[in-house]
Design a protein around this ligand. Structure first.
Ligand SMILES: NC(=O)c1ccc[n+]([C@@H]2O[C@H](COP(=O)([O-])OP(=O)(O)OC[C@H]3O[C@@H](n4cnc5c(N)ncnc54)[C@H](OP(=O)(O)O)[C@@H]3O)[C@@H](O)[C@H]2O)c1
Length: 331
């Protein structure tokens, strides 16, 4: 298989390229090369998708499969113009942020309403436009290659090489044991996908020439299950104290990501649909997922010691919120 990875210097797209090399595929990685290093064993082609001229180094090339992770419609347009006619299969990695309704649980990719797309010729990379830009990117790919395109709308991607750290707090914190602040309720759902499970599915789907639109995220599990499975993987028996959503907000803990935040926790009912997607079509289309314990061990093996995390709460914050929670219950 001759594979082109557009990206390939960070996290998911790098995992796709690395796993394809392991399979013995002929792998080309094309990017600027400023976000990181491509994995060993690939041909690296420097491109800059900000202009049509910037992708000239790929002109005239043909591939059995192309995988693209772009976030900006203009970046998608320039590579489609250069390569669409010479690619047997095209996977575009999108995001569950394309959906217009985050509140209704159990939605499926085929029918869920989408945000309004941005201008398909736009080169605006503003993060505020992320979901709408991805809708425009998807549409460009699907319109250009209706029978050869696979769109995978990834949910939270976790595992080694993660740059967002929305997962890392949990294995890092639970490994220390003791009383652990757990957000919201134990029966609330969480949903995520291991980076290598997603990358493996992308390669399998390219080989099988799978087309269509699917969510790239494993089925939901309860937050209690999620935390218990991490604890079991680490062979520790922490005491989880469940602290109500509003109490956390009132005490300065942010949902999802950023400073003093808790990952895999979002305000309900506004986000009742965000971590409860029905992904049976993805499973039917070949997506597999490994035990969470494996992801925990692989993440820990790859993380620095101690890990440097962009998200999660400090131990001081956790202690002060737990103290306040117990004081309230003691009243
Ligand atoms: N992480 C998550 O939890 C999550 C959740 C949902 C969806 N997703 C989606 O999953 C995908 C993740 O992809 P990823 O992990 O590989 O990270 P990424 O940050 O999306 O990677 C972007 C890649 O594009 C390259 N690039 C950026 N600007 C470029 C330009 N002007 N010209 C050429 N190349 C350029 C970057 O390399 P250089 O900078 O070196 O050029 C990099 O390799 C994305 O599509 C994202 O939207 C992620």
């Amino acid at each position: 298989m001759r594979l082109l990875v557009l990206g390939g210097t960070v996290f998911l797209s790098k995992a796709v390229a690395a796993l394809a090399v392991e399979r013995g595929w002929d792998v080309t990685v094309a990017a600027r090369g400023v976000s990181g290093e491509p994995p060993p064993g690939v041909h690296f082609v420097p491109i800059d998708r900000s202009t049509p001229e910037g992708v000239a180094p790929l002109a005239g090339e043909s591939f059995d499969a192309v995988v693209d992770v772009a976030r900006v419609p203009g970046h998608v347009g320039v590579v489609l113009d250069a390569l669409a006619d010479n690619a047997a299969h095209w996977t575009f990695v999108s995001t569950c942020s394309v959906y217009a309704d985050n509140a209704t649980p159990g939605q499926v990719a085929a029918t869920a309403p989408l945000l309004e797309p941005t201008d398909p010729t736009s080169f605006d990379g503003d993060i505020e436009l992320y979901g709408r830009s991805k809708v425009a990117c998807e549409k460009l790919v699907l319109d250009r290659l209706p029978d050869r395109a696979l769109v995978i709308r990834a949910g939270l991607i976790i595992g080694p090489g993660d740059v967002g750290d929305r997962f890392g707090h949990w294995p890092h914190r639970i490994a220390k044991g003791g009383e652990v602040l757990a957000p919201g309720g134990p029966e609330e759902k969480v949903q995520f996908i291991d980076v290598d499970d997603l990358a493996t599915w992308i390669l399998d789907a390219a080989e099988a020439k799978t087309s269509g639109v699917h969510d790239g995220i494993r089925p939901p599990m309860t937050r209690k299950d999620f935390l218990d499975q991490i604890a079991a993987a680490l062979d520790v028996e922490p005491e989880f104290t469940w602290v109500a959503q509003q109490f956390l907000v009132d005490h300065g803990i942010a949902p999802w990501s950023g400073e003093e935040s808790l990952g895999l926790w979002l305000p309900l009912p506004e986000y009742d649909g965000f971590l409860t997607r029905d992904t049976s079509s993805a499973v039917a289309a070949g997506m597999n997922y490994r035990p969470l314990a494996e992801t925990v061990h692989r993440w820990r093996a790859a993380a620095a010691e101690p890990p440097v995390l962009k998200a999660g709460i400090s131990s001081e914050k956790e202690t002060s919120v737990l103290d306040a929670w117990h004081a309230r219950n003691d009243d």
